[in-house]
Design a protein around this ligand. Structure first.
Ligand code: NAP
Length: 242
């Protein structure tokens, strides 16, 4: 019998990460999700994943903490045996105009959205190299491509993820490890719940915000189908950035 593949989705308890976990579970992956503090959402997601017939477990740790990432990945490897797909998805916003941007808000966003990808990838990479197979998907954003007033910290982190993706893809291609990024537009999650969706939709060629499932389908495509795609940034934004 072929080995069941394993995917680790950071921030997989809610929003986009949850949709990615569900889509990968539907594709037959066993799923490890990480989250920061909302136990209720994490437990609910794990039971939904279990109902899809796969093994699933949630791990509470802060992705901006290097030691916690390394320790938790060791635990996941011991629970699941391996990791084939890593989705670096966990992220936060701490918006504000640059003139008023505090060091705390700058560092929180860079640490949680960008340094986390280094910590998590660093922790899984040996296993992927050993098994000569791996797929890393970094959740960037359209603002990493085009910038956004009030989000210098967030855009810098998301642009950083794109450079990280392209360079790592070049380093790891020969090891059969693919590294890609997704650049979502405006997606309906808790992160965007306070935005004026009607006004934003007017500026989107497809005239609606995206759903977490729209991103999850791209993640499943990159993980399962896109065996000759690496180093790419896939826009899933309703046509906002063309
Ligand atoms: P969300 O609904 O706010 O969910 C965030 C997830 O990340 C939750 O599972 C949360 O755990 C986890 N998380 C937050 N900080 C963490 C930390 N320090 N350590 C570990 N886990 C942490 O966010 P979302 O809208 O789904 O966004 C997911 C990703 O897509 C983010 O990287 C975001 O920047 C990116 N993105 C989103 C949009 C959008 O329009 N929504 C657009 C472009 C890019 P808890 O539940 O425990 O807090």
């Amino acid at each position: 019998m072929p080995e069941t593949k394993v995917a680790l989705v950071t921030g997989g308890s809610r929003g986009i990460g949850k949709a990615c976990a569900v889509e990968l579970a539907k594709a037959g992956y066993n799923i490890a999700i990480s989250y920061a503090g909302n136990d209720e959402a994490a437990n609910k997601t794990v039971s939904e994943l279990n109902q899809l017939g796969v093994k699933a477990k949630a791990y509470k740790f802060d992705v901006s903490d290097k030691e916690a990432c390394s320790k938790s990945v060791s635990e996941i490897l011991s629970d699941f045996g391996t990791i084939h797909v890593l989705v670096n998805n966990a992220g936060i916003t701490r918006d504000g105009l640059f003139m008023r941007m505090s060091s705390e808000n700058w560092e929180a966003v860079i640490n949680t959205n960008l340094n986390s990808a280094f910590y998590m990838t660093n922790s899984v990479i040996k296993q992927m190299i050993k098994q000569r197979e791996g797929c890393i998907i970094n959740m960037s954003s359209i603002v990493g491509l085009m910038g956004n007033a009030g989000q210098t910290n967030y855009s810098a982190a998301k642009a950083g993820l794109i450079g990280f993706t392209k360079s790592l893809a070049k380093e790891l291609g020969s090891r059969n490890i693919r590294v890609n990024a997704i650049a979502p537009g405006f997606i309906q999650t808790d992160m965007t719940k306070d935005l004026d969706t009607e006004k934003i939709s007017e500026h989107i060629p497809l005239k609606r915000l995206g759903l977490p499932e729209d991103i999850a389908k791209a993640v499943k495509f990159l993980a399962v189908d896109a065996q000759y795609i690496t180093g790419q940034v896939i826009g899933v934004d309703g046509g906002l950035v063309v």
